[in-house]
Write a protein that binds this ligand. Structure first.
Ligand SMILES: Nc1ncnc2c1ncn2[C@@H]1O[C@H](COP(=O)(O)OP(=O)(O)OP(=O)(O)O)[C@@H](O)[C@H]1O
Length: 434
């Protein structure tokens, strides 16, 4: 026999009282007076039928009040209905997974752990968290539970134990939330970005805003890579701090043209002068290192940002193809460039010399490990091959089974999404770049 929860039992009890009261009310209101009239042998007492109506009404009111409190009705009826339907499905899933306390294993009734739903935005309710109270008995089961089945219309992204270890947290987003935002002008883009970012951060999509950091970006042709890069460049140039960009696009595609227009030819390079620009960037980093030496001595654990300096970005598009083209160079020269880039990747973050590397595919040959390991922000747009995913993120990466269109993909960043379970990214479509 299927087990019931204590809440179900209370519900059945309350509804039984309501139904029985209504039957009594109907009986005493309609039929009982007829009996009183017809049976004259004995004097039947008069019964106030409205007592039963009042009882049914009071129990209904109590049920409604409890429902309203439990589902936070003060946040609006549609909120309460969403809250109720998600909680109900999660409770059913937990019940069917037999989460009951060991002591209750043989009982017909089970006590389920407490469940809370927190939406990131109470009005649109497209993303949020399901929190399930942890107890020593549930720990392992909660860890293994796939909550997706219970969250119809939603996808669960990552799950973890809260810091106080009292709750198991499942982040989820609605499938409908993956609709791409269209941004029609540079001004709108900046306004959108400024809502969540500061002068040293970038907004990637509706949900993700990250501080400036080294970035590894992969995406096949048509994945929206160039649009994404241009969106980031627009944001960097709009900041109140005068950040500087150095851009290399070996194939002279859209990014090259955009860079020439926005930052000028001095800091833009194609295949031919790429190494010079990399060396120039490295020299700037060395200079900055000397400048900041004294500052760092007296200010421990501080960065260029605390010293009030702008960031310097080195963006290398089509890195795989560029490195391939260096094959004709002497080995010494190639090693020198690799060591410069590794130095930037290793030292640059604290000094504000940020490396952005974009490529179509990533493997041990296209990207030296010393550089790859420092690319803290990892983004893959569109569909990539398995080796690329594993090289960029981690060997055990769990790529969500989603068919990505241009501008969609996955990312990882410490604190937001781990390399084993990257999060979905939906870059807004900046139609003004067309
Ligand atoms: N965020 C986005 N949302 C929707 N569509 C997009 C987005 N970004 C780009 N696109 C569409 O995808 C097409 C290809 O984008 P983009 O040129 O950025 O790709 P790419 O990966 O750089 O390809 P290529 O290497 O050929 O330049 C664009 O013409 C654009 O219409």
């Amino acid at each position: 026999m299927k087990k019931k929860t204590y809440r179900m039992q209370r519900g059945i009890f309350s509804f039984s009282i309501i139904i029985i009261s209504l039957i009594f009310w109907l009986f005493f209101n309609k039929y009982y007076p007829l009996f009183v009239e017809r049976i004259t042998i004995i004097q039947l007492p008069t019964v106030e039928s409205n007592i039963f109506l009042a009882l049914a009404g009071s129990v209904t009111c109590c049920l409604l009040i409890c429902w309203g409190i439990r589902n936070k009705c003060w946040k609006g009826l549609s909120f309460a209905i969403s809250y109720y339907s998600i909680t109900k499905r999660v409770r059913r899933q937990i019940k069917d997974a037999r989460f009951e306390d060991e002591r209750e294993f043989d009982n017909r009734l089970v006590r389920l752990p407490k469940i809370k739903i927190v939406f990131d935005d109470n009005r649109i309710r497209t993303t949020g968290k399901v929190l399930i109270q942890n107890s020593i008995n549930f720990d392992k089961k909660l860890e293994d539970m796939r909550i997706d089945a219970a969250l119809k219309g939603f996808v669960s992204e990552r799950q973890y134990l809260s810091q106080d270890r009292n709750w198991y947290v499942y982040e989820f987003y609605s499938i409908g939330a993956q609709k791409q935002l269209e941004i029609k002008s540079a001004k709108t883009l900046i306004e959108w970005s400024n809502k969540t970012s500061d002068d040293y951060a970038l907004r990637l999509d509706e949900r993700a805003t990250v501080p400036f950091h080294h970035m590894g970006l992969v995406g096949q042709t048509g994945s929206g890579k160039s649009f994404f890069i241009q969106m980031l460049v627009e944001q960097v140039l709009s900041k109140n701090v005068n950040h500087e960009l150095f851009i290399i696009d070996p194939k002279r595609t859209d990014v090259y043209q955009m860079a020439k227009c926005t930052i000028g030819s001095d800091r833009t390079a194609d295949k031919t002068n790429s190494i010079n620009l990399i060396k120039q960037f490295h020299d700037r980093m060395k200079k900055r290192q000397n400048e900041l030496q004294e500052y760092f001595k007296s200010n421990r654990n501080k960065t260029y940002k605390d010293a009030g300096l702008p960031a310097l970005f080195m963006l290398i598009d089509e890195f795989g193809a560029l490195r391939e083209s260096w094959k004709t160079l002497a080995k010494k020269e190639r090693d020198k460039v690799d060591s410069i880039l590794s130095d930037v990747a290793f030292m640059g973050r604290q000094l504000g010399c940020i490396l952005w590397v974009a490529t179509q595919q990533m493997n041990a040959q296209t990207m030296p490990t010393a550089i790859r390991e420092q690319l803290v922000l990892k983004i893959a747009l569109g569909d990539s091959d398995e080796q690329t995913y594993r090289t960029l993120f981690s060997s055990g990466v769990d790529v969500p089974p989603v068919l990505f269109v241009a501008g969609q993909g996955i990312y990882s960043y410490p604190g937001l999404a781990g390399t084993d379970k990257p999060r979905l990214l939906t870059v807004p479509y900046c139609s003004f770049l067309n």
